[in-house]
Each structure stands twice: as structure tokens, then as C-alpha cells.
Design a binder for this molecule. Sequence first.
Ligand code: NDP
Length: 247
Amino acid sequence: MSLSGKIAVVTGGSRGIGRAICQRLAALGATVIVNYVSNPAAAEETVASIQNAGGKAEAVQFNVATSEEIEAAFKKILDAHGRVDILVNNAGITRDGLLMKMKDEQWDEVLNTNLKGVFLCTKAVSRGMMKQRWGRIINITSVIGFAGNAGQANYAAAKAGIVGFTKSVAKELASRGITVNGVAPGYIVTDMTKDLSEEVTNTIKNEIPMGVLGEAEDIAGAVAYLASDDARYVTGQFIHVNGGMFM
Ligand code: NDP
């Protein structure tokens, strides 16, 4: 499996799952654009880890929820590299709360980052991918988008939205050699899950047949497969990486 010569953009590549995806794609030969929004030090750490391993990467700041920033950033990326071959829409946030107490801002922030961001970045790369008749778009959804979760109506709605979006765009772009797929992680050890109490973590573990939380690298492996030529006949699909938690 080689991604040599490919240009990949990974949103939210500075930390957690995104960082592992950046490292994996770079290890397979891709030049990786590591996006972040507010944490340049973490993004530079990702870039340095890739360069130290002999790979190619650079950090680019933009907010996936802001169309002007995306337009400007993708113009720069295209000017510098000529094209984008692989887009991984990974950036995501949580603003949890029970429905009765959920504020408009909690809803809007999560929907804008987790769903509108996927739309905006996908749109930004699709014209070039159509012209070159090759592209891989991989959207990171969640087990919560399929199963729901009390206290995460906003997050579940955004992640389920990604599912419908992925299937629709897969149908639109299939004839142009572009595949659009998703990976649905279960509970993965990252900053996003580090503040869960021991009690909640134990409850979650009890729901996972494999009995442990996943690692960011587990998600990176599924993304690498979908980005590769081995997955050329796979589109509109989701790989569930969750230790058996949801089948
Ligand atoms: P982390 O909280 O560890 O990292 C989030 C990443 O997203 C950071 O790189 C952050 O950048 C970036 N980001 C956040 N908001 C924006 C924005 N507006 N524009 C650009 N980048 C942004 O998250 P995880 O690694 O845990 O999660 C990655 C993805 O996987 C998310 O989509 C999440 O919903 C999904 N997921 C995670 C699961 C888990 O258990 N961890 C389970 C299921 C799905 P910065 O460093 O600059 O803040």
C-alpha cells in the first residue's frame, strides 16, 4: 500500500485521531497538510514527528467552520502543491448537554464545526479532484451518529448528518474516480475522551465486547485503507472501528 506522491489534507491533524492519521498517511508516502485551528504547538509537533521519520508535512491553520478561511487556505494549498488527492475530514468538537438545557450556541458550534466543516472542505477539493479524475474523501463520523447518546443530541445529529452527506456526495462523484467514505470510531483515547470520569469509562468498557477503549492508530489504519488503491471500488461506505460496541 503506497500513497507516494499524493497530497493529503487532514483537518484537525494537530492532536488525537487526526495526528495518527497524518502520521500514517505520511508513513505511506503522502505529503500531509496538517490542519489545526487554535493549537500551533500541537500541529508543529505532528509535523516534526513526521519529518523526523523521513516524511513530508506542513501545518496550515484554518477554522473548518468558516468558508472565507477555507477558501483562502485551499487556494494557498493548491498554489503550493498543485492539487489535493486525499481529504480527511476529521476536525470535531463536543459541547455536551441534555436537550432541555442545551443552548443554541452549543447546537450551532457543534453543527458548524462537525457538519458544515465537512461540507465546506469537501466542496473546496471537489472541483480539482473531478478534473484530475482521482480523489479520496474520508469523513470521520462516530458510533454516536449511528446509535445516539443521551447528552449528545447536537453531536449525534452532526455525525449522523455526515452519514447522509457522505452517501450523497459518493453518488455525485463516483463517475469521476472519486470515492467518498467514512470511518465511525467507537471510544478512542484522546483529549476528547480524557476527562470522562472513571465511572463513565468503566460503564463504556462494559459495553465494549473487546473490553478496552481504542487507540488513535486503530482509526488511522482504516483511513489508510480507504485512501489506498485497494479501496478503489469502495464508496459510500462506513468502517466501524469500535471493539464490537456497535454492530
Ligand atoms: P481531539 O479533541 O483530540 O482533537 C480535535 C482536533 O480537531 C484538534 O486537532 C483540533 O485542533 C481540531 N479542531 C477542532 N475544531 C476545529 C475547527 N473549527 N477547525 C479546524 N480544526 C478544528 O479529538 P479526537 O482526536 O478525539 O477526535 C477526532 C475526530 O474523531 C472528531 O471528529 C471526533 O468527533 C471523532 N471521534 C472521536 C472519538 C473519540 O472517542 N475520541 C469517537 C468517535 C469519533 P486544535 O489542536 O487546533 O484545537
